[in-house]
Design a protein around this ligand. Structure first.
Ligand SMILES: Nc1ncnc2c1ncn2[C@@H]1O[C@H](COP(=O)(O)OP(=O)(O)OP(=O)(O)O)[C@@H](O)[C@H]1O
Ligand SMILES: O=C(O)[C@@H](O)C(=O)CO
Length: 425
């Protein structure tokens, strides 16, 4: 297998978002969980998205895991590697976007790396280096209340400069609108000034196509699904990849019980949970009980057992920003996040043991904890439920055939959970 594109994603939902985008753009793509073991049978593909859980861990660990993934991808022929970050640039001043970019850039000997989290299909656009979420700057969006990395600055040049050892530059929309050559010239100018990474504006998909053409001539780029779309279209339009029809083939039905787990506290997820309460039983976990060692897992399992035979259920720890802040004040941010993620993983493990075969998980960290616990090594991409969220068919899972949907906190329409169940047969 010679890869046309190698990707390293810093969380699992982000990886499935990217795998979905690449698949829809004509690249045969597989998502792996971590660097695949040698004996994992992978189909013939154009792109591999290695999913890491490296967004919120200590920077040194994020760097070493990303480097190992890069080595594996380059060893399979990937001349270009995309480091997939969140479209809302989720990170803290300590990292990890800057440190990982610095390290991958050093490894591949790239002068200057293009960076953009733009993903217009989901309302993420970048103008003059400022990230917008819908109509508002990042720091005014619900991301200002994120439980792990609240975003209080919308200027990406400034944010990345705080995380990175290199100088950060900007390729603005006016330059981009003059085409690929103008972007190349600007990169050469920035490189001459010692700039190692450049935020590039992008507002429309056509901007991403120009960015993709330039990026494909380099060894490394950094961004969200939008730059993935640009790269995929460049690989197809330049004939480096023969476009595969995006598979509408769903494979054999999996059947089995259906459960949804929500650990995301994003505004979108809170609304989706409120809406689904009209059509299925919803259990709200008590995070204080989890943090004080009361067995919430058993309560959830007993509750679910009575209901699962009759239809789908949803179990949520999700809470409003005020409740999240209060819980963190009582128990600490990291301790709260970790304990709730592990409870979600305990619940998922037991639900699968008792017959759940279709699982929908909301939240990147939550999905990471659940997928790790289930020991799933990889996924094939199926139908698209919403922008950035595909149906995933597990490959090599100990539990056998399973369908999952890993929803990024902010993604999906108001009826996301019902939409997902409708496509997961
Ligand atoms: N009630 C709660 N109080 C405090 N923290 C919570 C609560 N419920 C969940 N959490 C934690 O909040 C974090 C949510 O992060 P997660 O990545 O799962 O969702 P997200 O950030 O909305 O999704 P994404 O990363 O895909 O955008 C997790 O660490 C989770 O354990
Ligand atoms: O880019 C995004 O917004 C998502 O794929 C993601 O990474 C959220 O965790």
């Amino acid at each position: 297998m010679t890869l046309a594109l190698g990707c390293i994603a810093d969380d699992y939902t982000g990886a499935s978002d990217l795998a979905n985008t690449l698949t829809r753009a004509g690249l045969r793509t597989v998502q792996t969980i971590g660097v695949p073991a040698d004996d994992l049978k992978l189909p013939e593909v154009d792109a591999v998205v290695v999913s890491l859980k490296s967004r919120s861990i200590e920077a040194g660990l994020a760097v070493s895991r990303s480097r190992a993934a890069e080595k594996w991808l380059r060893g399979r022929g990937a001349s270009h590697v995309l480091f997939k970050i969140c479209s809302t640039f989720d990170s803290t001043d300590a990292g990890n976007i800057g440190p990982v970019t610095d390290a991958l850039r050093a490894d591949c000997g790239e002068d200057v790396v293009l960076v953009t989290p733009a993903f217009p299909e989901t309302g993420r656009t970048v103008y003059q280096g400022n990230l917008f979420v819908g109509a508002v700057p990042l720091n005014e969006s619900p991301l200002k209340d994120h439980p792990l990395n609240p975003m209080h600055d919308s200027n990406l040049v400034r944010i990345l400069a705080r995380q990175s050892k290199t100088q950060i530059g900007l390729v603005d929309l006016a330059t981009l609108s003059r085409g690929a050559q103008a972007v190349q010239a600007r990169l050469a100018e920035l490189s001459g000034k010692g700039v190692g990474a450049a935020i590039i504006d992008a507002v429309f998909d056509r901007d991403l196509e120009t960015i993709g053409l330039v990026a494909a001539e380099h060894r490394l780029s950094v961004g969200a699904s939008g730059i993935g779309l640009g790269l995929a279209r460049a690989l197809v339009s330049t004939g480096k990849v023969k476009s595969a029809a995006a598979s509408s083939e769903q494979g054999a039905a999996v059947g089995g019980q259906v459960a949804c787990l929500a650990g995301s506290c994003s505004q979108a997820t809170l609304q989706q949970i409120a809406n689904v309460e009209r059509v299925m039983p919803v259990l709200r976990l008590d995070p204080d009980r989890i943090l004080t060692g009361v067995n919430e897992t058993q309560r959830a399992l007993d509750w679910a057992k009575e209901r699962l035979a009759k239809g789908p259920v949803l179990i949520a720890s999700s809470a409003t920003p005020a409740d999240v802040a209060a819980l963190q004040a009582r128990h600490g941010r990291d301790a709260a996040g970790h304990a709730i993620e592990q409870t979600m993983a305990d619940i998922a493990e037991n639900l699968v043991k008792s017959g759940v075969r279709r699982l929908i998980v909301a939240g990147g960290e939550t999905s990471g904890a659940v997928v790790d616990r289930l020991g799933i090594p990889g996924f094939l991409v199926g139908a698209e439920i919403a922008a950035g969220v595909p149906v995933l068919r597990a490959v090599g899972a100990a539990a056998g055939d399973m369908l999952l949907a890993l929803k990024s906190g902010n993604f999906g329409g108001p009826e996301f959970f019902s939409d997902a169940i409708g496509l997961m047969r």
